[in-house]
Design a protein around this ligand. Structure first.
Ligand SMILES: [Zn+2]
Length: 77
């Protein structure tokens, strides 16, 4: 029997994102793409050092650590 794999989300530095000239890859909670100004406002209001590259329950916004997920959990996020 195989050991179940653990899946991790990448974390992205908020500081690095804010240095980008045009932030065009963030969405709101309804999956509506945010405009650059809206994305900046959201990132600043979150007061986070990192954001996860995907929906990550248990993500640590301070250290950028994903707790890890089973394959089944990861695929259903
Ligand atoms: Zn995660």
């Amino acid at each position: 029997m195989q050991t179940p794999k653990t899946f991790f989300h990448v974390s992205v530095s908020v500081k690095a994102i804010l240095q980008m000239p045009d932030i065009c890859f963030l969405e709101d909670e309804n999956n509506v793409p945010l405009k650059d100004a809206e994305a900046r406002q959201l990132l600043k209001s979150m007061n986070a050092n990192f954001i996860p590259g995907g929906n990550c329950p248990g993500f640590d916004y301070e250290s950028g650590t994903c707790p890890g997920h089973t394959e089944e959990e990861f695929n259903n996020l």
